[in-house]
Design a protein around this ligand. Sequence first.
Ligand code: 3HC
Ligand code: NAI
Length: 704
Amino acid sequence: MAAINSVTDLVVEGDLAVLTLNSPPVNALSYGVRDGLALGVAQAIADPAVKAVVLICDGRTFIAGADITEIGGAHKGATLFDVQSIIENSPKPVVAAIHGTALGGGLEVALTCHYRVAVPSAKCGLPEVNLGLLPGAGGTQRLPRIVGAQKALEMMTSGQHVPAKACLAMGLVDELVDEGKLREGVLAFASKIVAEERPLKKVRDLSDKVEADRAHPEIFAAFRKAHARKFRGFLAPEYNIRCVEAAVNLPFDEGLKVERKLFVELMSGPQSAAQRYAFFAERQANKIPDVPEDTPLIAVNTVGILGAGTMGGGIAMNFANAGIPVTIVEVKQDALDRGLATIRKNYERTAQRGGITAEQVEQRAGLITGSLDMNAFADVDLVIEAVFERMDIKKDIFEKLDAICKPGAILATNTSALNIDEIASVTRRPEAVIGMHFFSPANVMKLLEIVRADHTGKDVIATSMKLAKKIGKIAVLAGVTPGFIGNRMLLQRQREAQKLILEGAMPWDIDRVLYDFGFPMGPFAMSDLTGLDISWIKEKSKGETIRDVLCEMDRRGQKTGAGYYDYDEARNAIPSPVTEKIIQDFVAKSGGNPRKISDEEILERTIYPMINEGANILEEGKALRASDIDVVWENGYGWPVYRGGPMWYGDQVGLDKVLAKMKSFQAIMGDQFKPSALLEKLVAEGKRFQDVTEVTALSRQPLL
Ligand code: 3HC
Ligand code: NAI
């Protein structure tokens, strides 16, 4: 075997040249890979003994895309276009051999090969949209020429990874070969095309699909309309659509020009910068400085859940979906029956929508069993407690768990705000106790805050982080602090939203500003959805807040047909004259002096205190890094990904500007706006949150 460079080898076997890439972890198209490809294919073409070239990868995957770390940076070596041009114009057939994932630039390289072969477990996709981009190496023009506009639109705007079998059906892959036998399979395929003297198939020259689509321009308007809600605020989906339109309506080279122009625009814009940051932030969140990668893991093959309420049921579904059996324990039979029935209903609803098969409903629901006896937890590897949010109840339960559970079992609590050190203190094994803070609905929401208490063992942390990935969650490590990362910051926004309606803004003004910023809904619409009466007690209500008054009037949110808003039959929220009057009367009674509040003030009053609280959290060592806080907000609270999370957003606005505003609010309204010491320090040093280095052990050591 001859090395082309440090990541590419070329070997000639009979009349076939095999070019192998090996650039861990994912064979991304870094400059070394591009150079290796360009040189390797050229060398194979020049070799008179070679009749066809096979492109294959070592390691876990085919090329998973451009090297995202290089995007937007200075260019080195051969360009991707050089590589593609050498491959596509090769006088000898080039065959791509796909395993793992062929994504982004990886699939675009494969699309310039004359044939594509894959193993059944392989997947292909153009996920650039998730990085705020579009496929910038001809993918937008080639994909529609194979699969047609509709499928190309779906793939490019969702970024989905399409399984090999579906790729074969679409013509994206020419042949499937046996799993684990890619090399043999592709060599046999290449020999066959040589023997049959098959023509060089260039995707760029295909025209039947796009010509047929040209007669149906309505595809595009319909697609935009159907996905308007999902695409709201994002630039990349629209730009991807425009590229497919260009593929349908323009000659190939003209379409490429459109692609290039729009790609460059996206790449240099703020949305893609934020989305690329989010990609790495999510992966960084898994790294815990004092919990090394090789920390021994605890095997989690069975799970116990205490409480079959809103959270317990959803949490159980996550594990069953991953094939892990769950036992749910409740106090009363009717609560257990209700919980299990809700789980089944949820699965059936997913099946009705085509998400899973009827067989999967049975299989998953069958993995969840109920009991009224906590002794059922004697042998489970992990227990997650999800009962009422009361310290006395939780302590009582953890004492019992300590007595019942086997040594080595992980004892987790789903508390949303209680002190986990205090909960752990009642056990003889505080090292086994950890917070697993799921978000509602727990079977849907991606975020999982893993809360490290004072004595939590490193193996328990490492296992919990890995387990999160296994059940499809994005985990972030937090320290013990009221509300952990997300809810502690949310409290700031809630407080300001409530204050603002007493100062002259209406709930729908605040909701509109935050919706326009990119949140799926504002705080008042959210309150109406979840119910205004959560933790409201009728007997204790004294009409001291707007919420008290609304609840007393039975305006408790969507479930009672009215809350902050009125609702029509279709559950559309309508600004309510009743609420407006309640607020006005309330303000008049309390001697308030309502004023006109600008949208700018609403945004700054609700967002800046959150950023400031994020800085406090960081400074106290309750989050490892600013990007972890951003991962929390993007995946648990609907922060628009294209704005990169509150800390990233703060950096973009300029921390000096955030600090100045906090100071001016503080001067008028008091110490709720007291700037964080970390914010002051960063501004003084001309630094950003992104410059803050990690807190070593998520300990209580401040960063200052
Ligand atoms: N560039 C640089 N690094 C990458 C990368 C890429 N395209 N894809 C993955 N990595 C890195 C990750 O950051 C991670 O690094 P770490 O170990 O230091 O944290 C490592 O590879 C492994 O990644 P994951 O933890 O995500 O591994 P998984 O096995 O869970 O997933 C994957 C593998 C499905 C390939 C996933 O990494 C992925 O989705 N990658 C991104 C794919 C993508 O978006 N490609 C398009 C890039 S843009 C492009 O191609 C532009 C072109 O059109 C011009
Ligand atoms: P819930 O009221 O819907 O369910 C609690 C269930 O626990 C009830 O079914 C109750 O019968 C059961 N229960 C009470 N004592 C028990 C005991 N000793 N043994 C067994 N079962 C017992 O409450 P929800 O909303 O599911 O909350 C549970 C926990 O999750 C709380 O700590 C809450 O703070 C937390 N949480 C809630 C979120 C939410 O949005 N609802 C989000 C994140 C965390």
